[in-house]
Ligand binder design. Sequence first.
Ligand SMILES: [Zn+2]
Ligand SMILES: [Zn+2]
Length: 737
Amino acid sequence: ERATTEELARFVCSDCGRVCRSYTQLSWHIRDAHPGDLDAAAHAVLDRDAHRVADQQAEQPQREHERREARRKPGEPRVSPRPPLPPPYFADIQLGALFGNMRTFRWYAHQELIGTSNHDAPSAIAREQEDTVGSLQPLLIDARRGLSPMRAVVDGLLDKLGLRFHTVTIEVELTPGEPPVAVVMHYRKLDAMARFLFRFVTPEHCRPRRLVERSSGDRVYADPYSGDVLLELCGAIQARDPSAIAFALKLYWDDTNLTKNGERSACPVSVTSLALPLEQARQPSNGMLLSYLSKVPDRAMLEVSDARKTTVRKLLFRAQMRHLFSGMRDRSMISLVGTTAVGAHGQAERIYPVVLGLSLDYPKIAQVTQTLQNQACWMCYARKGPGFWSHESFDLRSNATQRAHIGRAWALHPHSAAARADHTRPLGLHPDPNPAFEVVGLDVFQGTAIPLMHFCEHGTGQKLMECTFQLMQSSLSSRDFKALGKQIDAWITARVVPLHMTKCAFSRGISHYLYGAYINPLDPWEGTVKFGQIASADTLRDILRFWRLLLVDISPGCPQLLELFTVYFEWLELMYRRAHTDGSLRYASDLNEQWQDLAISLFGKEHFEDSIKFHAAGAHLADWTTGRGSLLYYNDAYGELLNKSNAKEPWRRTNYHRGPHGAEEQMTTVVSRTDLLKLLLQLAERADASPAPPPPLASPQLGPPSRLMGVRETVCRIDLGAAQNIHPSLLQLPFSV
Ligand SMILES: [Zn+2]
Ligand SMILES: [Zn+2]
C-alpha cells in the first residue's frame, strides 16, 4: 500500500521531523528514538488509534473492493461496490454533557472494558483524582459512589436506544398436573434492535436492486438486496407506503460451552444487519446479542422421562421464540405499520424490519423448521434414501403449505397427538404449531440458510476424504495400509509444513486428527478411518487444500479419484462465491451432479443415502442465491465467532452463579454496557480525529529543531530601542536596563 505525499504529511514525528509510512511506524519510531518523551508517545498512540477507527469504518470498503477485484475468480461476475458507509448516526447523544466531560467518559468507559468491579472502583477513582489534581478536564466521579452514577447514565442511554434487556419468566410443566418450573429468559426487543442497527446504514444500502451482467444479460446475485425475495417484499411494502424501507436482518444462534466439561452452556442469539457490506456484516462486533435461549435446569430434568424431556424442550423453545419475535409478530408483512428510525444520513425514515434469513447448524435447523431430523430436507420434500442421493428434484416447502398440512392434521385428529404425527410423518414434518411462521419477512423453510462450513468442510469434504481412506483400506492388506498411512504422514510432515499455506501445523501428520489416534495412539490407521472430534473446520479446510496434491503423489493409479476431487473442489469454490450469475449457478448445479455421480460410483450410494449434507448444499444453492444473495452473508463459520464475544467473554466476568440473578443475567448486563461503550469510544475517537488539521510537513533539512534555549537567545537579540514599536509604554525600557 503506497501513501501519497499528502497522506505522508500525517505521519511526521513532531520531535525530529522524521517522515514515517504509517501511524504504526511512527509510534514505533517514537518508542525507539525518543524513549523518554511520554507526551509525544501518547499522542502518537492516540493518533494511531483514531486513524485506525476512521480507517475501519470509512476507507475499508473501498480498499476491500480493490482487493476483491484483484482476487476475483475467472467467471465470477463483477459487482459494483455498495455505497460507502458513512459514520453512524449518534448526533442525539452528547457524551461530554452526559458524563460531565470527555475525560470522565473515557476513563469510566475504559474501567468498564477492563472489568473494574464496583467494589474496586472507589479507590481507583480516588487515586486517579489525587494523581491528576489540576488537570484541565477533572475526573467528575464521586469516589464514594464508585461507578454507579456512570452506570446509571449508561443504563439511561440503553433505554433511550432500546438496547436494554428484558426478562420474562416462562412456566414449564415438567410433569403434567404438578407445579411448573420457572425458566427466566433474557431478551432485547427485536424491533428496537432494528431501529438501533438502522443508525449504521442509509436508505441507499437498503434499496433492492436488480443487477445484470452486461456481456451476457444474465441476472447477477450478490448481496441480499440483489435477490428476488427483497425485491418482491419491498415492492409489496412500497405499494402501500412508497417511501418505506425494507430493513433486512439475519439471526444466528447456537449452543456453546461456557465450561470445559460442558456443564454450563449458553445459547446466544445474535442479530446482524444485512444492509451492511459483507466485510462489515461478517465482523463479530456487528452481530449484536439479542437474547439467550434458556434451558430447563439439568437438576430439574433428572426425574423426567426421556419422552417428556423432548416435549418439555420443544414447549420451552416455542415459548421463547414467541417472546423473541413478540415485537414484530403479525400475520403478514403488509399489515404492519413499520417503525420510524433515523439512519446514518441523519434523517428519520419509515422502516419495515424483516428477518430475511436464519443461520443455524443442522440440529437447530430441524428444530426451528420442525422437520424430522436426518429424515427429511427442510427446504424441499426430499426424504432420506434415494431422495438424498439421486438428482430427482422435489417441490419446495413454504410457510403457507406447511401450515396448511399441520392445520389439516389438527382438523382430522384434534384429540390424538400420535395420529397427528402419523399424518405429517410422510411429509417429514412435526405437527406442532410453529411460532416461526409468525416472524415477519421470514419463510422459515426457504429462509434458513445452508450452513456452509458444517455442510462443506465438515460435511461432504470430510466424508469424501474418509471414503477415500476407506476405499484404500479395503483394497489393501492391513499391513500394507498401515505402511501407506505412515507414507501419508511422512508426505505431510515433509511437504506441508514448509509451505506455510495452512493454519494448522501438521507436525504429526494427518493421523493425529483421526478417530483411530484417540482409540489407539500407537496405530491410528487401525479400524475404519474417520476424522475425530479434534479435526476442526480449520484443520479440514487445510487438509482439503493439499488433498489433491497428496492424491497425485500417493495414489497415482486412480484417475477417477483425482477427477472426483477436481470436480468437487471446483464446485466448492462456487459455493463460496460472493456473486453468482444464472450461468454460474447452472454450472454449479452441473458440477454438483458430476461429483455426486463420481462419488456414488466410487464409494457406493450407501454412504450418502442418509446424509442431508450430501443433498441440501448442492441442490438448494441456486434457490438460495437467487432469492437471498450469496451464502457468504449467512456463513455459519462467521456465526461461530459470535459465541466468543456474546457468551464466552462475558461469562468470565460473572460470579458463575445459577438462578434468576445468576451468570446469565450478569452476562446481559456486561454485554449491553461494553457493546455500547466500545461503540461510543470509537465515536469519540473519530470525533477527535476529524476536526484536527494535519500537522504541517516539517522539513528535516532546516537543521536542528528549535529548543527552549534557542528561543531565549532570539529574545535577547531584540534591539531595545525598537521595543517602543511594540507598545508605547516600552519607551522607557532602554533606560531602565
Ligand atoms: Zn522523531
Ligand atoms: Zn431439499
